[in-house]
Write a new protein. Structure first.
Ligand code: ZN
Ligand code: ZN
Length: 196
């Protein structure tokens, strides 16, 4: 059986241009209800958390909109051929993919789960937060990396402690450096002292 991984090919740390993918300060996104198995509300919470993580490191805000046609980033599920010329492969293998033009798709043939901290991992499930954090990195312009522990490595790894309990994945320093290379760092708010 093919190892669970991202559908994007492995071009490591190759940026094809210096263009900033999203120049707008506020990037909109939509979360579709089209999964046959996964709860819409859980997906909305997961995607909100994912964009909060990226947003806390770059000068961009993310805002959810209801109308998919108006959203910069369109989050939805797909099975097999689903209209973008990059068909999914059924259970296992490719879990998700994302394109810089703003499509972020999960394979609806996987068993997805939204985990809470310290929860025991269930065999065969995939942590939707890890995959969403990774795919959002692609939408924002990042490629795959070989850096151990980076959220941008292409193969799925369950994020667990030595007892097999869930730890929420987070960005490591190279992820933050890579994303800030594109968008710059977070502008420091003026301190109260300086405003006086
Ligand atoms: Zn990927
Ligand atoms: Zn797709």
């Amino acid at each position: 059986m093919a190892e669970p991984r991202c559908g994007r090919s492995d071009l490591y740390n190759v940026r094809t241009s210096d263009v900033v993918p999203w120049k707008n300060q506020t990037i909109t996104y939509s979360v579709s209800t089209n999964s046959t198995l996964f709860a819409h509300e859980d997906l909305k919470l997961t995607i909100r958390r994912v964009f909060d993580v990226w947003s806390s490191n770059i000068p961009r805000k993310f805002q959810e909109v209801d109308n998919e046609l108006l959203a910069d980033i369109k989050v939805r599920f797909g099975k097999r051929e689903h209209g973008d010329g990059a068909p999914f492969d059924g259970p296992g293998g490719i879990l998700a993919h994302a394109f810089i033009k703003g499509l972020l798709h999960f394979d609806d043939d996987e068993i997805w789960k939204k985990y809470s901290a310290s929860e025991q991992i269930i065999d065969g499930t995939k942590d939707i937060f890890w995959v969403a954090l990774h795919e959002a990195g692609h939408v924002l312009g990042l490629d795959h990396t070989k850096v151990f522990d980076s959220v941008m490595q292409p193969s799925y790894v369950a994020s667990i402690d030595s007892n097999g309990n869930y730890i929420e994945p987070s960005l490591i320093s190279t992820d933050i450096e890579d994303i800030q290379e594109i968008y710059g760092g977070k502008t420091k708010p003026k301190s109260k002292f300086l405003q006086e």
